[in-house]
Design a protein around this ligand. Structure first.
Ligand code: NAD
Length: 262
């Protein structure tokens, strides 16, 4: 899959899980990378160095906290200053918290809305002028099956992901006559630290093994009974960056083993 020129891609929350799978695939397709996310400084530096060594691209890291609009603005400026452009934005950073609405901590609601939804608005607001000036851009929002359907006890997450799907559609309409596209990828279950926490909690709550809890979690929602992988999400992101995908915009693309077909 080729893009017509070398591009610079920013992937928020790319120090772990799906974001890391996406940066590896984008780098393998020849894109320069801005990494972002929390974690151990040495491990992040090892990821950065491995991207440069394995794929002969330039990779940089910016530690912006996705709850802080000013830091997001600085990160977009950093991409332009360090790598000369910002052509591809993957809004991926996200957190989860499960509780009934009555018991949902207000601070968790605010954090999930800030990280899983508002950060995408802030990144795009700063990245869009450059994309418009170059008349080329790709915005890929990592939403969720929970951007299309709901589950109980995930009020903030489901609200944020439905919001992200809506934001993607508005962005697609506002850029429809340009060389910019905006799409949402909607993964079902992907085995990452975010999901492992939910599996561990279920195992403890139900007094079953972690292995059993894992099988139960997937089987309850995902007809394939298999996890999707970060690499599969990354491969779809690479496709969305290609010229072949230039007419796809405003779409929400499930990668969910049939979850939302039910
Ligand atoms: P993860 O916990 O492995 O990774 C989350 C990433 O976001 C990490 O790099 C973390 O450092 C970063 N992050 C968290 N808070 C941040 C903040 N305030 N500022 C900057 N970075 C921050 O989780 P994941 O499963 O890879 O999730 C990635 C995205 O995919 C999320 O938006 C999630 O909602 C979405 N998603 C995941 C699944 C799944 O099954 N794993 C399914 C659907 C959607």
């Amino acid at each position: 899959m080729t893009t017509s020129a070398r591009r610079v891609a920013l992937v928020t929350g790319s120090t772990s899980g799906i974001g890391l799978g996406v940066v590896r695939k984008l780098a393998a397709s020849g894109q320069d990378i801005v990494l972002n996310g929390f974690g151990d400084a040495k491990e992040i530096e090892a990821i950065r160095v491995s991207l440069e060594a394995e794929h002969e691209v330039r990779a940089r890291y910016h530690a912006a906290d996705m709850t802080k609009p000013q830091e997001i603005a600085e990160m977009v400026a950093f991409a332009h200053k360090e790598l000369g452009s910002l052509d591809v934005v993957v809004n991926n950073a996200g957190i989860q918290h499960t509780a009934s609405i009555e018991e949902f901590p207000v601070a968790k609601w605010d954090a999930i809305l800030a990280i899983n939804l508002s950060s995408a608005f802030h990144v795009v607001q700063h990245a869009l002028p450059g994309m418009r000036a170059r008349n080329w851009g790709r915005v890929i929002n990592i939403a969720s099956a929970h951007g299309l359907v709901a589950s109980p006890f995930k009020a903030a997450y489901v609200a944020a992901k439905h919001g992200l799907v809506g934001f993607t559609k508005v962005l697609a309409l506002e850029t429809a006559t340009t060389g910019i596209t905006a799409n949402a990828i909607c993964p079902g279950w992907v085995l990452t630290p975010l999901v492992q926490k939910q599996i561990d909690a279920a195992a403890t709550a139900e007094g079953i093994s972690v292995d059993e809890a894992q099988k139960k979690l997937v089987a309850a929602k995902q007809p394939s009974q298999r996890f999707a992988t970060p690499e599969q999400i990354g491969a779809l992101a690479v496709f969305l960056c290609s010229d072949a995908a230039s007419s796809m915009t405003g779409a929400s693309l499930p990668v969910d083993g049939g979850w939302t077909a039910q």
